[in-house]
Design a binder for this molecule. Structure first.
Ligand SMILES: N[C@@H](CCC(=O)N[C@@H](CS)C(=O)NCC(=O)O)C(=O)O
Length: 238
């Protein structure tokens, strides 16, 4: 018996002031992975300051997946768990070396894409988080980014230019193939797309130009994942 056969899956997802609005890129990639595998889950709204609700996971960040009574954390580990415990369902990684290359994309998102995007959209996130989270969010993000919200707002143009450089390899790759994983989107595509889902839910100002070469791929991802394209809080189509 796989762990999830012991009970329904539950996914703790970061929520905004409006509990229906789920904006975390790390949660979105797991939501997409579950859709890809055709697995139902109960989606639980969670706030930054509700650490006690996920304390049994041994840490304080989401996504947290509850499977068979176990609390799993770290999106990469959750994706690997889903792949192994539901090997009969569509694969997240494809044949070897799919998982190894997806790990690279996962790390690129964590170490390059998300930090560059955060410098652009964090002031907008501060405006949409729940009141109980705002002081915590502003304090922790100002410390991490080494700039105040006002400075980040003032530096938006420079931050967008830096983001564009980070995006260039993604853009060139997706200019010559439909998805990062080839003809079909797999987990690496979900990881990269979830960053843009984060941006379009949080920031009313698009981070990509109207003619950006990434948009056709983003639209293909929207077609594959209508649940994401039509999710509460999505401010614009790609
Ligand atoms: N490496 C982790 C990152 C998780 C993460 O940073 N989650 C954010 C939401 S996107 C969070 O829960 N932050 C809580 C906090 O900053 O206190 C993963 O991939 O799951």
């Amino acid at each position: 018996m796989t762990a999830s056969q012991a009970g329904p899956l539950q996914l703790f997802e970061l929520a905004a002031a409006d509990p229906q609005v789920r904006f975390s890129p790390n949660c979105w990639r797991i939501r997409l992975a579950l859709i890809h595998k055709g697995l139902e889950c109960e989606r639980l709204d969670w706030r930054f300051t509700e650490k006690q609700r996920i304390a049994a996971s041994g840490q304080g960040k989401v996504p947290v997946l509850v499977d068979g009574g176990r609390m799993l954390h770290e999106s990469w580990d959750i994706a690997r768990h889903l792949e192994r415990s539901h090997a009969d369902r569509p694969s997240l990684f494809g044949p070897a070396p799919g998982e190894a290359l997806a790990r690279f994309v996962n790390q690129w998102a964590a170490e390059s894409l998300h930090p560059a995007l955060a410098r652009v959209i964090v002031p907008a996130i501060a405006d949409m988080v729940a009141d109980c989270d705002r002081a915590y969010f502003v304090q922790t993000r100002e410390a991490t980014l080494g700039a105040s919200m006002d400075e980040l707002r003032r530096l938006r143009g420079e931050s967008l230019a830096a983001l564009n450089k980070v995006l260039q390899p993604l853009r060139s790759t997706l200019g010559t193939q439909d998805f990062l994983c080839g003809a079909q989107p797999l987990y690496a595509d979900m990881v990269a797309y979830s960053a843009f889902q984060w941006a379009r839910i949080c920031d009313p100002q698009p981070v990509l130009a109207a003619d950006d070469g990434l948009r056709p791929w983003l639209r293909r991802m929207d077609e594959r994942f209508p649940e994401a394209a039509r999710a509460p809080g999505v401010r614009y189509p790609f």
